[in-house]
Design a protein around this ligand. Structure first.
Ligand code: SAH
Length: 401
């Protein structure tokens, strides 16, 4: 037996899931297989077979919150080697050519996991710098082949990485640098003419979430002019920047993380927005809502972009359980004819259910509404129809009327 075969285990798919995998479903999860116990070492190859041991697909073992691994190929004879990875990357890069050719936007995703044929890894481009996110020890096992592939197909200033799997509590910043010439951070990237400061050498969150690009542009170009804007869960204030550049009369950004204040000031300054004319508040959003109600504050636009799950000193927020109530709080401080932008990146429910939360929230507050726009992931965050849950982003522009 050669090395590769030794590393391959036969994983039996439960009868009722066989067709699902045959039609291209990429995620190998515990409930779809008979013998998860054969999976012992992350990075080992999986041969998915049916109850009669007939080939279905091949993939790898890598534990994520989503599942146990990902399908890589439905072709029995395809080798999973350097060339395989390089071809996947090449194809993905070719699909982003229009981004590389657009000087107004210098930050985008060039590889989006299963959407580009390899679950468990994403690669983003930030003005010459590449950032790889490894979502499991299993995919990290293939790092040499994947990094070599990246080096073979593109020029770069440097490559950075983030390990998004359990590293036994050891976060070593030094580990983030992979190759090239170390950057001076922040680097300033462009997005539809806006500037964003990006730090590839800090935490997994680098300063801007690229999947909201179309939402930021829409806020700036269609909705912000002359409006007062409350941006909750504001992080570095990217939505506030878009609103201010679009002519908002004033933005208020609220986030409980201390770092959000200086980071938001920085984003305003690199966009030549007078940060003194804007408000930045470090506070629990749920306290701020109470304060706003007490002071009878109202806003023309309220932006909601909470994490899927968050625990603060006083509150636990789960998008699935609590989004409706979050909306009710927002409705109570939104002007009539004002706009609520409701966003979630929670992958455990879809757009239908999200709109259900919106419906109930308005019903329970006795207010009327109209949906103006809807967004999901932009096209650089490629998804496949066989795995709709990969398109996790849901953003709805709602008019209170
Ligand atoms: N809307 C941001 C991204 C939000 S990330 C953007 O467009 O860039 C989620 C943010 O929510 C984090 O910055 C985190 O500090 C903040 N957060 C989590 N729980 C919070 C709470 N209870 N009150 C205020 N901010 C909170």
């Amino acid at each position: 037996m050669d090395e590769k075969m030794k590393n391959e285990v036969h994983v039996k798919v439960k009868a009722k899931f066989v067709n699902k995998f045959k039609s291209g479903y990429p995620l190998i999860s515990k409930d779809t297989i008979v013998n998860p116990n054969v999976l012992t070492d992350e990075g080992m190859f999986i041969r998915l077979v049916d109850e009669q041991n007939r080939f279905i697909a091949k993939g790898y073992y890598g534990k994520q919150n989503k599942g146990l691994g990902w399908v890589l190929s439905q072709k029995e004879n395809e080798q999973i080697n350097q060339l395989f990875f390089e071809n996947k990357l090449k194809k993905a890069f070719a699909k982003r050519e229009h981004y590389y050719n657009n000087p107004e936007t210098t930050a985008f995703r060039v590889f989006n996991g299963e959407g580009d044929g390899i679950g468990g890894i994403t690669i983003e481009y930030f003005d010459g710098y590449y950032l790889i996110h490894w979502y499991s020890k299993g995919i990290y096992h293939f790092r040499e082949q994947i990094i070599s592939s990246l080096k073979n197909i593109t020029k770069f200033k440097a490559i950075y990485q983030k390990k998004r799997f359990d590293t036994k509590g050891m976060y070593i910043e030094e580990d983030d640098f992979v190759s090239g010439e170390r950057g001076q951070f922040p680097i300033i990237v462009k997005e539809n003419g806006m500037n964003f400061a990006v730090y590839l050498n800090e935490s997994a969150m680098v300063g801007v979430f690229l999947d909201q690009r179309d939402v930021r542009r829409t806020i700036r170009d269609k909705y912000a002019k002359g409006k007062t804007v409350l941006n909750t869960f504001s992080y570095t204030g990217a939505f506030s920047v878009a609103a201010a550049l679009g002519g908002a009369t004033k933005t208020t950004s609220v986030d409980l993380a201390n770092r959000s204040k200086s980071k938001t000031i920085e984003q305003f300054r690199i966009n030549k927005i007078d940060d003194e004319a804007q408000q930045i508040i470090v506070e629990d959003v749920f306290n701020y809502f109470k304060y706003a109600v007490r002071k009878q504050l109202k806003f023309d636009m309220v932006i909601l972009d909470p994490p899927s799950f968050a625990r603060s000193k006083k509150y636990v927020f789960s998008a699935e359980k609590d989004y409706k109530n979050l909306l009710k709080e927002a409705i109570s401080i939104t002007e009539n004819d004002g706009i609520i932008i409701a966003s979630t990146n929670c992958s455990s429910f879809g757009m239908g259910k999200f709109k259900g939360f919106i419906e109930s929230a308005f019903k329970e507050t006795g207010e009327n509404y109209k949906i103006l726009e809807e967004f999901s992931l932009p096209d650089d965050f490629r998804t496949i129809k066989e795995f709709p849950e990969g398109n996790y982003l849901k953003v709805v522009f709602i008019k209170k009327c």
